[in-house]
Design a protein around this ligand. Structure first.
Ligand code: NAP
Ligand code: MG
Length: 517
């Protein structure tokens, strides 16, 4: 059967009563699963340990949503050995068959999409629309990478040679350690893992300790669609201990990481060290943090610019690598922008994420909330003025949407990733200075400009050094296939997830040449 062209999964319209009802039912169903204990799975074998990782609901921290057996160093090693053994057979499975597992998983995930979203609403504090978008993106990755594998499995173009028959095959590389973050708990985990698997590699998946339940949902879906045992191994456990064993193992061929700059740097260093018995240099794909900026020019629709800034800064509590954490505003419209911004931000409702009346839910955990509140203090101590925000009341890890104005471009809150609902507003004299300030961090992930001036847009397209540039729209919400995603400098290795180059990171090309005359 011919495969239809890829198209993005539509988002759910929760203003429609039928859709609201469907989500409420999914929330109730998922709630009835809460409190269960889940094993590690290595080579199809379920393994339970005495050391449990408890995943909690950040809206109501006393609520344990699921518990997971934690791996130790020995089990982590066993997972790599098992994957290495499975790679021996999986690598030769027809790419079409490998793609079929992804197509089947996409179909099932679509059918149960609200259940996947409900797990994230409870486990990481996503609101309904944020969770729905996360699940839609996960479906997109499955559909997109399955098609991409079919493309790469096809005949590759080479220059003709009169006496030779030449071919180029893309073959898998080996055992991959996949280490995703909790913030796109389903989408990023699904994208990284499915890309590694569909290209013929065997994987050890270590979910984030903040979102193992969501990771489990994906793992068990792949098991359900019949992915052979050992191709995907599920190993929960702490990044610090288990992560190092997985990364350093001599049979690990590549590490696919998305998370913070600090951990990315550490993994890169550790993976670079060749271990006794290791027969290759490890590949590391590391997608890391951001300090993303929106530039507001004087020639713009300010109300629309404010709207986009608010969506970019406070969607999922600012916990997106793409989130706007700096608004860089041209002086002549600065006061007006700040006034409009205050009005919009003060109208935001913060509360438990399963209640769709709340625009913002909690931040992911206590450490994160404490760090965000500390940054707010630092911002004020360094001379910023707290326009609105700070700690929010309630049992959950709530933080008000926070805006600090009159921030110096070199202040810590203008340079360091906070990963929470904190927006630094910076005043500049003109558009050129705005671009200079925008580029003046070690990161380079997303960025955008708001201006009606065509020349300024064209200039920004060249000058603004980010992997994903946006004009006159929000700077979050990259779509698979539409906006291949990945950043420059300390934002990572620019893997362009959801793009046509992505699967190459999981394969090597073999050139075959045969003399025919
Ligand atoms: P994180 O703290 O760096 O953790 C990411 C993953 O790394 C988790 O699974 C973590 O496991 C694991 N880990 C920690 N130490 C490790 C080690 N020594 N070896 C191997 N793995 C280790 O990041 P996060 O808090 O989950 O995610 C937020 C960060 O991700 C932000 O910086 C954000 O900007 C970035 N991000 C980037 C992108 C992008 O595309 N560029 C997308 C999304 C998020 P534990 O949970 O067990 O510690
Ligand atoms: Mg949690």
């Amino acid at each position: 059967m011919a495969v239809k062209p890829f198209k993005n999964e539509p988002l759910t319209d929760f203003t429609r009563p039928a859709n609201r009802k469907a989500m409420e039912q999914a929330l109730a169903k998922v709630r009835s699963w809460m409190g269960r204990e889940y094993p590690l799975v290595i080579g199809g074998e379920e393994i339970r340990t005495n050391d449990l990782l408890k995943s909690t609901n950040p809206s109501r921290p006393s609520e344990v949503v699921a518990s997971f057996s934690k791996a130790d160093a020995a089990l982590a090693g066993k997972a790599i050995e098992t994957a290495a053994a499975t790679f021996g057979t999986w690598k030769d499975v027809d790419p079409k068959k490998r793609a079929d597992y992804l197509f089947k998983a996409a179909a099932l995930m679509r059918k149960r999409k609200h259940e996947f979203s409900a797990v994230m609403i409870y486990e990481v504090g996503k609101t309904w629309p944020e969770a729905d978008a996360d699940t839609a993106e996960a479906i997109d990755f499955l559909e997109f990478y399955a098609r991409e594998m079919l493309r790469y499995a096809g005949k590759q173009p080479l220059t003709k040679h009169p006496q030779e028959k030449n071919e180029l095959w893309y073959i898998p590389i080996g055992v991959g350690v996949v280490v995703p973050p909790w913030n796109f708990a389903l989408a990023i985990l699904t994208g990284m893992t499915s890309a590694a698997v569909v290209t013929g590699n065997a994987v050890v998946l270590k979910p984030s300790s903040d979102s193992p339940w969501t990771g489990w949902m994906f793992f068990s879906l792949m098991r359900e669609v019949g992915l052979p045992a050992g191709v995907l191994n599920f190993v929960a456990g702490s990044g610090g201990s288990v992560g190092d064993v997985l990364v350093a193992h001599p049979k690990t061929r590549f590490v696919s990481f998305t998370g913070s700059k600090e951990v990315g740097i550490h993994i890169n260093e550790l993976a670079a060290k060749v271990q006794p018995g290791q027969r290759w240099l490890k590949r590391v794909v590391a997608e890391m943090g951001g300090k993303d900026a929106i530039v507001i020019d004087d020639q713009t629709d300010l109300a629309a610019a404010v709207q986009a800034t608010v969506a970019s800064a406070f969607g999922f509590q600012g916990q997106k690598c793409s989130a706007a954490s700096r608004a860089i505003v041209v002086a002549s419209v600065y006061d007006k922008f700040v006034a409009l911004l205050a009005e919009k931000v003060n109208a935001i409702k913060v509360g438990v994420s399963d209640d769709p009346a709340n625009y913002m839910g909690p931040v992911v955990n206590k450490a994160s909330r404490d760090k965000i509140l500390q940054y707010i203090d630092i911002g004020v101590r360094e001379g910023g003025r707290l326009l609105t925000g700070g700690k929010a009341e309630g049992e959950g890890y709530f933080v008000q949407p926070t805006v600090i104005v009159d921030v110096a471009p070199t202040a810590r809150i203008a340079q360091e990733e906070i990963f929470g609902p904190v927006l630094a507003v910076i005043k500049v004299k003109d558009f050129d200075e705005a671009l200079a300030v925008a580029n003046n961090t070690e990161f380079g992930l997303t960025g955008g400009v708001w201006t009606k001036n065509r020349k300024k847009i064209e200039k920004a397209k060249k000058v603004f050094h980010v992997g994903n540039f946006y004009a006159n729209r929000k700077i979050t919400g990259a779509l698979v296939g539409v906006h291949p995603f990945g950043g420059f400098n300390m934002s990572g290795t620019d893997s362009k997830a959801g793009g046509r180059d992505y699967l190459l990171l999981f394969m090597q090309a073999k050139a075959l040449s045969e003399k025919v005359r």
